[in-house]
Design a protein around this ligand. Structure first.
Ligand code: BTN
Length: 323
């Protein structure tokens, strides 16, 4: 661990409390001047660190810069996020983990970026990922589950993330099949799962679940203003991104372990903002009206159309709500 990382870890474990320069120097086995340089470098990275004469340094409590030392102490997981990599900026956390996967990284590795330059959404769309505002989190899995169960991971994750958001903010979170979370009629979170098959075994080699959440008060570009919101915009509360990340990982680990039992399906249906509604289905060039009536054990959306019942798989279709 570098001196800078050691200093950050020491300050982050006692946020809001002063730690003297000489104590930090002793802990890190370096001079006070080296501590001062590390503090300058952390400030340049955006950390708000106050220097109080004769008392030392403190990390300002309101500072919610995402960082590994602020997440790890709150983790109760056994394997998810035990290797946790946090960056000020990445192209895409999903792409970063894809690269790690090809280099042999382990089941449960997680990557977080404060901002993304090329955040990816479903169907080739982008995901708005400005700095200091959202959570851009991906996890790498090497599943022993069948491909059929892996295809349920997005729905299973949606339930875990909805629970995590409700644990940190006074809001109620709905799920728009299959990968979007909504608060007060607007999208706050999108999930993108990408998987690679092992052709020899016919199983899944690795899967990456990417979760993007709008958290802090945010101004959206014109094209998103009517359809997107953030947790803070919706509830007027400040929400700690570090705490929410830990809540998500703590809920996601058991959710994925139990995914094959489909026990999440009941809650997924209860939270659905689509079931019972008239929708428009887009499948390739085909567009038709339907009524959403169920989500089955394969995670397919069952819809009623003029031609009878259809079972829609998330890979093939997108749906739009009417009205
Ligand atoms: C969607 O809304 O269509 C899915 C959005 C998924 C966005 C997340 S942000 C973290 C991860 N990295 C990406 O590039 N995309 C996902």
């Amino acid at each position: 661990m570098s001196v800078k990382e050691e200093v950050l870890k020491a300050l982050a474990t006692q946020p809001g409390k002063d730690i003297s320069g000489s104590k930090l120097a002793g802990q890190c086995h370096v001079t006070r001047n080296a501590i001062w340089k590390a503090i300058q470098s952390l400030r340049a990275d955006g950390y708000q660190i106050e220097a109080v004469t004769n008392r030392g340094y403190r990390l300002t409590l309101s500072d919610d810069t995402v960082s590994e030392p602020r997440i790890t102490p709150a983790l109760t997981t056994r394997w998810l996020g035990q290797d946790l990599r946090v960056f000020p900026v990445l192209d895409s956390t999903n792409n970063y983990l894809k690269q790690l996967a090809t280099e042999g990284s382990f089941h449960g590795t997680a990557a977080i970026a404060d901002s993304q330059l090329g955040g990816k959404g479903r169907r080739g769309r982008g995901f708005y990922s400005p700095a200091s505002s959202g959570i851009y989190l991906s996890v790498l899995l090497r599943p022993t589950d069948s491909a059929e169960v892996v295809s349920l991971y997005t729905s299973c994750t949606a339930v875990a993330v909805a629970q995590a958001i409700e644990a940190v903010a006074e809001v109620s979170v709905g799920i728009k099949w299959v990968n979007d979370l909504f608060i007060q009629g607007k999208k706050v979170c999108g999930i993108l799962t990408e998987a690679t098959m092992d052709l020899e075994s016919g199983g899944v080699d690795y899967a990456i679940i990417g979760i993007g959440i709008n958290v802090a008060p945010m101004e959206f570009p014109a094209e998103l203003q009517e359809i997107a919101t953030s947790i803070s915009n919706a509830c007027g509360q400040a929400v700690s991104r570090n705490r929410l990340i830990a809540e998500i990982l703590n809920r996601l680990e058991p959710a994925l372990e139990q995914c094959s039992t489909r026990s999440f399906l009941e809650e997924s249906k209860r939270r659905s903002i689509v079931l019972g509604k008239e929708i428009t289905v887009h499948r390739g060039g085909d567009i038709y009206p339907a009524k959403a009536i169920d989500i089955n054990r394969q995670g397919h959306l069952v819809v009623e159309t003029s031609a009878g019942l259809r079972h829609l798989s998330s890979g093939e279709v997108s749906i739009k709500m009417k009205g």
